[in-house]
Design a protein around this ligand. Structure first.
Ligand SMILES: [Ca+2]
Ligand SMILES: [Ca+2]
Length: 369
């Protein structure tokens, strides 16, 4: 594998699925919300009432559509909160930058302290960008995700594909190429905060109980794509049957039961919790009130272990013993039915503070009074 300054955030979706036409027999029938949901909206945010719900999924090795890190399911209680109706857009993030002069992580040169082994040419500002090969490859043939990701000099929120790219015609698309600290800085400026994983999943479920998707259990009801994801052969052949090869303008797909858009697909959404794949196995008290994630980031030794299961990045040599992974939820325009069926409320993934990418963004929440 070629050297890259970042640890491999993109072992990404190596736990894989079954044939295109397979329907999962273990999926429960979707229950429609038992009570009609009254959508309460204010200032671009929607109120999610406090409640107890079943978070996560059973992991069944015969069920390739649900992944190990989602198990075991457990009951959590979440206090009421307001959540942004849409992912934060480029336009909104620009307002923040214009008002504050904030400089994101991807716009700064890398430090020798953080990347002691990186060659000088890779110490320049940039981000990790989806760069598919020109010909079909077998994504399962190796765990080297650098076959479709590359560290791209000059890539940042306002040039999401690197030098020469622009957001000029994408102001209503979700902002990308940020890390959790950038997202938190925006949230603070906006008088909000990042959601916890428990809040985010509850909001994504949209009032449905145990449904596989934010809209129910049918992957494509009435032959309609319900989320911006990846169709075709991952990673080289993106047929974009849903209309979008990359990000879509926020709100391009139907909302869920709470009136929230893009809680499935478009971009992954960074949460405040640190990520570890075995976090759900720690829950002994049910329902657990307002869980906020592991107290500490994951260590490099733990990453060595979990990486074998494909649910964590490779640890970086010579860097801090801690790796700052934050939970991301909801999947992105790169999630594929066969390859990474993570545009589901229970699905979990991670974003590295040291490795912003062009398929991760965020939205904010605020406590309900
Ligand atoms: Ca798409
Ligand atoms: Ca999303």
């Amino acid at each position: 594998m070629k050297f890259a300054p970042f640890s491999i955030l993109v072992t990404f979706c190596l736990i894989v699925g079954c044939g295109e036409d397979a329907k999962d027999k273990t999926v429960l029938p979707a229950k429609e919300a038992e009570v009609a949901i009254e959508i309460i909206e204010k200032d671009g945010m929607v109120l999610v009432p406090g409640q107890t719900y079943r978070r996560g999924n059973e992991y069944n090795p015969g069920n390739d559509k649900m992944y190990r890190e989602e198990a075991p399911p457990h009951m959590v209680t979440v206090s009421g909160f307001w959540i942004d109706k849409y992912e934060v857009t480029n336009a909104k993030f620009k307002e923040f930058v214009d008002a504050t002069g904030y400089v994101t992580f991807a716009e700064k040169s890398l430090s020798k302290e953080e990347f002691p082994n990186a060659p000088p040419e890779q110490m320049v500002p940039g981000a990790t960008i989806f760069s598919p090969p020109s010909d079909d490859i077998d994504p399962w043939a190796s765990d080297d995700a650098w076959r479709w990701w590359s560290y791209t000099a000059g890539a940042c929120w306002k040039s999401p594909e690197g030098k020469g790219s622009s957001i000029k015609h994408r102001m209503d698309h979700p902002v990308v190429c940020l890390n959790a600290n950038d997202a938190q800085a925006y949230a603070q400026w906006a008088g909000k905060r990042l959601p916890t994983e428990a809040e985010w999943e509850l909001a994504a479920r949209g009032g449905l109980k145990n449904a596989m998707f934010t809209w129910g259990n049918d992957p494509k009801p009435d032959e309609q794509w319900m989320a911006n994801c990846f169709q075709g052969r991952f990673p080289a052949r993106n047929s974009a049957q849903d209309g979008y090869k990359g990000t879509a303008p926020v709100g391009s797909f139907p909302p869920n039961g709470y009136g929230l858009y893009d809680m499935a697909g478009n971009v992954w959404e960074i949460c405040s919790d640190f990520y570890r794949p075995d976090y759900y196995s720690f829950f002994k008290q049910e329902p657990h009130p307002d869980p906020t994630g592991p107290e500490q980031p994951i260590t490099n030794d733990e990453l060595q272990h979990f990486n074998r299961h494909g649910t964590c990045p490779m640890p970086m040599e010579g860097v801090s013993k801690l790796t700052y992974l934050h939970v991301t939820k909801g999947g992105s325009f790169l999630c594929h039915w066969d390859y990474c069926l993570r545009y589901r409320p229970a699905a979990r993934h991670y974003a590295e503070v040291l490795a912003p990418t062009n398929h991760s963004g965020f939205r904010c929440v605020r406590d309900a009074e």
